[in-house]
Ligand binder design. Structure first.
Ligand SMILES: C[S@@+](CC[C@H](N)C(=O)[O-])C[C@H]1O[C@@H](n2cnc3c(N)ncnc32)[C@H](O)[C@@H]1O
Length: 193
């Protein structure tokens, strides 16, 4: 596994310029944001950790550094160049090239078992319709084990997906040191009253 390199930044920026709406950031996440996202992973062992939109792997590295084994991680990336570089850099992680909004069928095809331990997501969601965002959250809640978290980071000061009935959302952190500052949101199935 390689470290965080300046070449990651250049690669990321080049990919952003080619596809600004999909990549939606000029730079990969900083170390503090990546560590804060990884810190939300359910500490109870068992089940895969799924990452949506790994880019050049800033959060992927933090997940590994948090102690999750590569064989327990799957990642879905839509950009073919990012996916190829991730396969090269993170050999034992299952890298799936495709649309994260269709993650249930992609996981089934790749043989990744559910329920999942945690989903972490850096994909841009605010540019999607409310219906598409809600479906992503519903699919995430269905794929996760009870109380498994769906972690989404976002620039916005409001939850990027309204939690809706049966789901709780909380802001785990605001990472001011990231460029730009980022909010880390954690969704979980609500506990029955
Ligand atoms: C804001 S960047 C975050 C990259 C990385 N997670 C980080 O924190 O540095 C968004 C990433 O999501 C990917 N992406 C955007 N839409 C996607 C989709 N529908 N399915 C899979 N990946 C997507 C982009 O190609 C890009 O790698």
């Amino acid at each position: 596994m390689k470290g965080l390199l300046a070449s990651d930044g250049i690669f990321f920026l080049r990919t952003f310029l080619a596809n600004p709406l999909r990549v939606a950031a000029l730079l990969p996440s900083g170390k503090r944001l990546a560590a804060m996202v990884a810190a939300q992973i359910d500490p109870r062992p068992g089940g895969a950790v799924l990452e949506l939109g790994p880019g050049t792997g800033a959060v992927t590295r933090a997940i590994l550094e948090s102690g999750i084994a590569p064989g327990e991680i799957a990642a879905i990336e839509s950009d073919a160049d990012f996916a190829a570089a991730l396969r090269r850099d993170f050999g034992r992680i299952r890298i799936i090239e495709g649309d994260a909004f269709a993650f249930p069928s992609l996981l089934a095809r790749a043989g990744v078992a559910t329920p999942l331990r945690t989903i972490v997501s850096g994909i841009p969601v605010l540019s999607r319709s409310l219906g598409v965002r809600r479906k992503l959250l519903d699919d995430a809640m269905a794929a996760l084990r009870p109380q498994g978290p769906f972690v989404q980071f976002s620039y916005g000061t409001e939850p990027p997906i309204p939690a809706g009935e049966g789901v709780d959302v909380r802001r785990a952190a605001i990472v001011w040191h990231n460029v730009p500052p980022m909010h880390v949101w954690v969704y979980r199935r609500a506990l029955a009253a």
